[in-house]
Design a protein around this ligand. Structure first.
Ligand code: PMP
Length: 447
């Protein structure tokens, strides 16, 4: 042990990431690794993109910080203008902070303030979904339905957050139930939760359009989000989409909700906004939410020292310009289709791969001990960590997730290559991933 940093593992030091270059990371083990998941779906342009580095250097030479009590800054204004160009889905204003969790907290507080300002202060409840993740700060953790992450902190989490079922057809669509019936059942469950809480006491329904860190790239069935929106509208509640992981191009459209045909009132973004070049997150909100606040108290009752930070905004602005100017969403769609096809070729018939799912360059495999019963592996085996290690041994970084299935640990592993990935990159990622899966399973101890 050498490190004085509080690392995820306090007993073993990780290698040092020394240098990043395109889709590669070079580390202190002397290894060159394909960053096949961009960390946790962060590095959307890969590492060291010259346009972003130039923009950061230029910003650094001009202004590194000015407090928002007195000033706005050019880079943050330009970023908001670019992201909100054409007011997608009616989203008209943007708040910027430093992470996904902070952005979720801010979005929840905005929803609460909105209702106080329109004379509905009784709206204090939030309904989110089981098997979701919205961040690790206390409010965001309370909103999330990842029971393993919540368990330790349960006694200090707010009681204003409630959970309904996610749309998780692979496991939760009943035998004999068609897609429309399943969606109707989920809408009825949300309606029942509104009724249980008192429909006029609910501020918002919060969901990830594509579930990321808990279940691994679970897309909703067609019509699901329209049905959820209808329930919210019936009761005057807001719809909040957490696109921290699935947003800003990751699924092949700039916003994941575009593929659902349902726009939220508030949309949280983070990872792909700045691509990891600087810590940044934020939310977009529509006029329905913002106008009563502007016309009422006149200010959002929330803020952080580093909100709308000039350096973070300059980096994110360059990332967003590159995505548009280099037409990278076309590449996300094309390489996403290839990634899907190659994953299905390599692992689709594997007896321990229960489901391969995703959208754009956001894909995951769910591993099962038995395909027919969908029984997960013994959690003590930590299969997803073994796959991560085997992948690293083969020169690939992937993202293991320990989602919960019926309260137990399940094994999902996520791939999220950068938007600049080439066909050769995708081939290399799938080859190494497939070999890692085989090796991890071959080396499992008998349980
Ligand atoms: N929401 C979602 C959907 C996420 O995936 C994450 C991070 N994995 C967060 C919120 C929290 O973001 P951060 O880690 O930047 O605080």
């Amino acid at each position: 042990m050498r490190s004085r940093l509080i690392q995820r593992n306090l007993r073993a030091d990780p290698p040092l990431a020394l240098r990043g270059e395109g889709i590669f990371l070079h580390d202190s083990n002397g290894r060159t690794i394909i960053d096949g998941s961009g960390g946790a779906a962060v590095a959307c342009l890969g590492h060291g993109h010259p346009r972003v580095l130039e923009a950061m250097a230029a910003q650094m030479a001009k202004l590194t910080y000015a407090h928002t009590a007195l000033y706005s800054c050019e880079s943050a204004e330009a970023l908001a203008d670019l992201v909100l160009e054409g007011e997608p889905g009616g989203l008209a204003q943007m708040y910027l902070c430093s992470s996904g969790s902070e952005a979720v907290e801010a979005a929840l507080k905005l929803a609460r303030q909105h209702f106080v300002e329109i004379g509905q202060p009784q709206r204090r409840h939030f309904i989110a979904r089981r098997q979701s993740y919205h961040g690790n700060t206390l409010g965001a953790l309370a909103a999330g339905g990842n029971m393993m992450r919540r368990a330790l902190y349960q006694p200090i989490l707010s009681d204003a957050f409630h959970h309904v079922s996610p749309c998780y057809a692979y496991r939760e669509r009943a035998a004999g139930e068609d897609e429309a019936e399943y969606v109707a059942r989920l809408a009825a469950e949300l309606e029942a939760e509104f009724q249980r809480l008192g429909p006029d006491s609910v501020a918002a329904f919060v969901a990830e359009p594509v579930v990321g860190a808990t279940l691994g790239c679970v897309t909703a069935l067609p019509g699901y989000f329209a049905a959820m929106r209808a329930v919210c509208d019936r009761h005057g509640a807001l719809l909040v989409f957490d696109e921290v992981m699935c947003g800003m191009g990751r699924t092949g459209t700039l916003h994941a909700w575009e593929q659902e045909g349902v726009a939220p009132d508030i949309q949280v973004v983070a990872k792909g906004l700045g691509g990891g070049y600087q810590p940044i997150g934020g939310f977009l909100a529509n006029r329905r939410v913002m106008d009563p606040i502007r016309d009422g108290s006149g200010g959002f009752m929330h803020g952080h020292t580093y909100q709308a930070h000039p350096m973070a905004a300059a980096a994110a602005l360059a990332v967003q310009q590159v995505i548009r100017e280099e037409k990278l969403l076309d590449n996300v769609q094309a390489m996403g289709a290839l990634l899907e096809a190659r994953l299905v070729d390599r692992l689709g018939n594997h007896r321990h791969v229960g489901d391969i799912r995703g959208r754009g360059l956001f894909w995951a495999a769910e591993f099962v001990a038995d395909r027919a019963s969908k029984a997960p592996f013994d959690p003590a085996l930590r299969l997803n960590d073994r796959i991560k290690q085997e992948a690293y041994a083969r020169g690939l970084a992937c993202y293991p997730m320990a989602g919960t299935i019926d309260g137990r640990r399940g094994d999902h592993v996520l791939l999220a290559p950068p938007y600049i990935a080439t066909e050769a990159d995708i081939e290399a990622i799938v080859t190494r991933f497939g070999d890692a899966v085989d090796a991890a399973l071959a080396n499992l101890p008998a349980s």
